[in-house]
Design a protein around this ligand. Structure first.
Ligand code: NAP
Length: 354
């Protein structure tokens, strides 16, 4: 919300017709600060009404005003400073650069810019101090790019953060069970995934094995010093619609107890909670004592899809622990996380007065 005139802040969505783009539209429908003024997609969709071209996959109807909006091409002339991007990674790099160079604040879900040295790879509860990297960016006209992590990394890095702060994380071994919506639409053919598990997701293990070190790294003197922990991942696709579940084995540097780990998760909160940002969950991490939980169908939508849930914590010897973590891949792991990023950037003064 613009403090001067109480008007909502105009925003655009690149890749508005995709799985993540649709989630942006749903989550922004009644957002107290933001109003959608531009929708961008490929030349297949540009020039047509959104309701005509989108294959709407989100629960509930397309907001009427959005259904009647004309989809634009992804050229940087949108009437808004903030642009959310849910673009396919084959085109996101170049288009997001063009928008940033035209002065837009681009909040991206794509992999393309995540590991750039001047780009915040942001989970606001975990590494809000990395936002200052923006000051080292050199886009023209005051533009900037901020990214979300890979949708499996969000839950993992959030669960690791309070444990690393207190007990020091040395190594992580993770097996992911990733939902179908993570592959976009139409995604994996039904003949491949029904009654099946696919033990491979192209490019995914590399992201899970490298992004956590940047996210949990220390911001020092205008740069991020990566965390030295080792992460090893095996990623699988399972016949679940939403919610990535992960089986984690963790090595900690210090001896501790189950109660102390549970306390660390329970007491964890960050700047979004302090600042009472509209999309912030009250409890970023929720632990389930019931060993049957968390489950994707039952718990992905906890706190409007913005909470990360954990369960089945147990010690397995030699400073090693096992647990389960679950997060909603298109909300906390994509559109909801990006909206929270925009909210914290605004609170920290990164929106220019115009
Ligand atoms: P998707 O359903 O395939 O949607 C891709 C979007 O990109 C569509 O709006 C499409 O527009 C647009 N697009 C494709 N080619 C284009 C071009 N040449 N020019 C302009 N726009 C173009 O994919 P998604 O699942 O929403 O994922 C979007 C991005 O978010 C990806 O980079 C993905 O890796 C990342 N991500 C996804 C998830 C998830 O859980 N799904 C989570 C985190 C991050 P048309 O409809 O006109 O083709």
């Amino acid at each position: 919300m613009n403090k001067e005139n109480n008007k909502k802040i105009p925003v655009g969505i690149l890749g508005a017709t995709g799985m993540v783009g649709q989630k942006f539209i749903k989550l922004l429908e009644n957002h107290p600060w933001f109003e959608i003024v531009a929708l961008g997609a490929s030349s297949r969709s540009a020039g047509k009404m959104y309701g005509e071209v989108v294959n709407w996959q989100v629960d509930g109807a397309i907001p009427q005003i959005i259904a009647k909006m004309k989809v634009q091409s992804c050229e940087p002339k949108y009437p808004c400073q903030i642009v959310f991007s849910g673009l396919d990674s084959s085109v996101a790099g170049e288009i997001e650069n063009a928008f940033a160079n035209a002065g837009h604040l681009v909040i991206s879900n794509s992999k393309n810019h995540r590991m750039g040295t001047s780009i915040p790879l942001l989970i606001p509860e975990v590494n809000a101090d990395h936002i200052e990297l923006i000051k080292t960016q050199s886009f023209s006209n005051g533009g900037a790019i901020v990214t979300n992590p890979n949708c499996s990394v969000v839950g993992l890095a959030t669960a690791l953060k309070p444990l690393d702060d207190i007990f020091s994380v040395k190594a992580v071994d993770v097996v992911t069970l990733q939902a179908l919506s993570g592959a976009g639409y139409p995604g994996v053919p039904s003949m491949d995934i029904l009654n099946n598990v696919i033990p491979y997701i192209h490019d995914e293990e590399d992201k899970v094995e490298t992004e956590p070190q940047k996210i949990l790294g220390c911001f020092n003197d205008g740069k991020v010093d990566y965390h030295p922990m080792k992460v090893s991942a095996q990623c699988t696709r399972v016949p679940v619609i939403d919610g990535h579940l992960e089986c984690v084995t963790l090595t900690l540097g210090q001896k501790t107890s189950k109660d102390k780990i549970l306390d660390a998760w329970k007491e964890f909160s960050g700047e979004p909670q302090k600042l009472k940002l509209p999309s912030a969950p009250n409890n970023p991490i929720v632990y389930f004592e019931d060993p049957r939980y968390p489950q994707p169908r039952r718990h992905s939508n906890l706190e409007r899809g913005m909470a990360v849930s954990t369960g089945r914590l147990r010690e397995v010897g030699d400073g090693r622990w096992k647990f389960i973590v679950l997060s909603h891949n298109t909300i906390r792991g994509a559109a909801g996380g990006a909206i929270l990023n925009a909210e914290i950037l605004i609170k920290k003064g990164y929106l220019r007065d115009e």
